[in-house]
Design a protein around this ligand. Structure first.
Ligand SMILES: Nc1ncnc2c1ncn2[C@@H]1O[C@H](COP(=O)(O)OP(=O)(O)OP(=O)(O)O)[C@@H](O)[C@H]1O
Length: 596
């Protein structure tokens, strides 16, 4: 159910609720439009009631006029009574319907954005703004639009009646309303912009709160006793945020209120002048009383309610502008799709003169890099921090497409494969792998979502020496991990890494990439783990990244990366014999492996 991308924000404000919750959206529109007509109808009914009551007492005329007037007043009052309930009911329905359909659409849209977009800071901010209760923001914008329409109908009705009796007064009120409206629109925009600016601070404030209260930093917090220092920083950021919002709101409040005072002054002068018309018999007492009531309503509407609605709508309109930006960002629906089955087997993978710099940066991370990987062999990528190893894995797995040169898979450009095909080729464990707070079993099974079968995971647990740990858990493989669930248990850093590796093993992809997932293990355990992993991966292709060079002995070929280039390549023995960069690096780590 794709929403066509349209330029007009107003179009979106109306279209989204009507598309996703037609009945309640139409009901809200009808209720509010009738709600706008009621005050004028009421004004006429009251005038008619007073005039017919005077005529009845003075001239003993018939009751028919007064009965019609009373019936009309009763209808108007009854409508006002039920109005709030009906509108609240339909608004709640609208919000719920938007939550189950439109919110899902937005989440899917965000999930299908290109990886390079998600990594970008500005897009991250945009996503965080747009994903904050989209159902509420869209419902509010729609509702406020009809609140304004309803109020305008009321104002037009009252101003129309005034114009029929005291034309110049109506003209004056309209003239003062225009700058008031403009003021409200500018106020709305300014407060949304302020909110936008503030969101960045809020994120920082939230992060600092997490450092102060969260579980992750608890050990260091106790040890370094930095709470006061962070608290001061948190307070400064919080104050900055509060002051900015207060300033914008105060400015708007003063302007709106001063505009309101002028309107009130004009309306009161009108009432005084109308007294002369009553005296000369030009205006009936009934109409005069009713106009006074309506002028009071008008003052309230024009001086406060209308600017306040317009202000809120302008804020929500800015939200819709953000929403349109997200909808216009490039994405692929297939990012959401599962890997194709059967998997595409990677017989060869080749980098040909590949150069790459991250979007929005100028420095090349990889420069004219060429290497070839063949099916069934084990490869290691080694190099100093920041030399470009993880970047290579991101290009291999199709996360970035804006590289120069060629990446060929089975002789065909990676750009010619669909995302579902690419996903089926690789399984990967990153150094900052995810920890899912679900059961151990589900954590592992996530590695093969397209074949969610009862694959025997016991053998993987054995290879990863995870069996004992799992057996000790209260519900074995079904134990919940993390602290979200009541019975959740936590694992050590190394145990989490093993679970992430088991997930990669579950995948039926034959090319496995391990980007330093073993950093929490000691060098000897890491070495053992890779030995077991490689024997279990016989016939499959593996690429692993490690700073512990002893572990690279299992690799058929080692690529030494330096400053975005392949500085050396060969087997462990060949590289040691060469006595180059690799040999020097290994020399400094040799003592770690005495035991082996
Ligand atoms: N998203 C990004 N945007 C901009 N620059 C990035 C991004 N990710 C990484 N870099 C930069 O690219 C360079 C290579 O990073 P990469 O993560 O590939 O190095 P690495 O060899 O894996 O490092 P390490 O051994 O520390 O994990 C670094 O200078 C890093 O700052």
């Amino acid at each position: 159910m794709l929403l066509k991308e349209r330029k007009s924000t107003l179009g979106y404000i109306l279209k989204i609720p009507i598309k996703y919750s037609t009945y309640s959206a139409i009901m809200i529109a009808i209720l509010k439009i009738i709600g706008g007509i009621i005050p004028t109808l009421n004004m006429f009914a009251i005038a008619k009631f007073i005039n017919s009551a005077i005529t009845l007492f003075k001239y003993h005329s018939g009751y028919s006029d007064i009965i019609i007037a009373i019936t009309l007043i009763m209808i108007c009052t009854a409508y006002e009574w039920i109005y709030d309930y009906l509108v609240t009911y339909d608004e709640t329905r609208l919000e719920n319907n938007l939550r189950v359909s439109f919110k899902v659409y937005i989440i899917n849209k965000v999930t299908s954005l290109k990886y390079s977009n998600i990594e970008n800071q500005n897009t991250c901010d945009l996503i965080s703004r747009v994903c904050k209760e989209p159902e509420k923001q869209c419902k509010d914008a729609y509702s406020q639009f009809f609140d304004i329409l309803s109020l305008l109908i009321t104002i037009c009705g009252v101003v129309g009646v005034l114009a029929m009796n005291v034309f110049w007064s109506a003209l004056l009120i309209v003239a003062i309303s225009i700058p008031l409206l403009k003021l409200a629109i500018n106020g709305g925009k300014a407060s949304y912009q302020a909110n936008r600016q503030v969101r960045r601070y809020i994120r920082e404030v939230d992060y600092l709160s997490e450092v102060l209260n969260g579980r992750d930093a608890v050990d260091e917090r106790m040890l370094f006793c930095y709470s006061n220092k962070i608290n001061e920083k948190w307070h400064r950021q919080f104050e900055k945020t509060r002051k900015l919002l207060f300033k914008v709101n105060l400015k708007w409040f003063i302007k709106a209120k001063s505009g309101g005072i002028i309107t009130a002054f004009i309306s009161l002068t009108t009432i005084l002048i109308l007294l002369f018309s009553v005296r000369s018999g030009q205006l009936s007492i009934g109409l005069f009383i009713s106009i006074v009531n309506s002028e009071t309503l008008l003052i309230q509407n024009l001086s406060w309610q209308l600017p306040s609605y317009v202000n809120s709508l302008a804020k929500n309109k800015e939200y819709i502008v953000d929403l349109i930006q997200i909808l216009n960002l490039p994405g692929k629906k297939e990012y959401l799709d599962e890997p194709i089955s059967p998997n595409v087997v990677v017989n060869s993978l080749e980098f040909k003169d590949v150069s790459f710099k991250y979007p929005g940066t100028e420095k090349y991370v990889l420069k004219n890099m060429s290497f070839k990987i063949e099916k069934g062999k084990h490869y290691a990528l080694v190099g100093t921090n920041g030399s470009g190893k993880t970047t290579i894995t991101k290009l291999i797995t199709g996360l970035y497409e804006d590289f120069e040169g060629e990446i060929l898979i089975n002789g065909k450009s990676i750009r010619q494969y669909s995302q579902c095909e690419i996903k089926s080729m690789f399984s990967i464990v990153y150094q900052d792998f995810a920890r899912y707070f679900i059961s151990v079993k589900d954590n592992i099974y996530l590695g093969c979502v397209n074949k969610y079968q009862n694959k025997d995971i016991e053998s993987f647990l054995d290879i990863l020496s995870l069996k004992d740990t799992i057996e000790k858990l209260p519900n074995g493989l079904n134990s919940n991990l993390g602290k979200i669930q009541k019975d959740g248990v936590d694992l050590s850093g190394g145990e989490w890494q093993k679970v992430a590796m088991a997930r990669a093993m579950m995948s039926s992809s034959e090319l496995r990439i391990l980007d330093e997932p073993t950093a929490a293990l000691d060098p000897i355990s890491e070495n053992d783990m890779y030995q077991r992993f490689s024997s279990m991966s016989k016939g499959s292709t593996t690429i692993f990244i490690s700073h512990r060079l002893g572990s690279t002995k299992i690799a058929d070929n080692i690529f030494v990366i330096d400053q975005g280039k392949i500085a050396e390549q060969g087997s462990f023995d060949e590289l040691i014999e060469n006595n180059g960069l690799f040999a020097k690096m290994f020399e400094s780590q040799k003592s770690w492996y005495f035991k082996s």
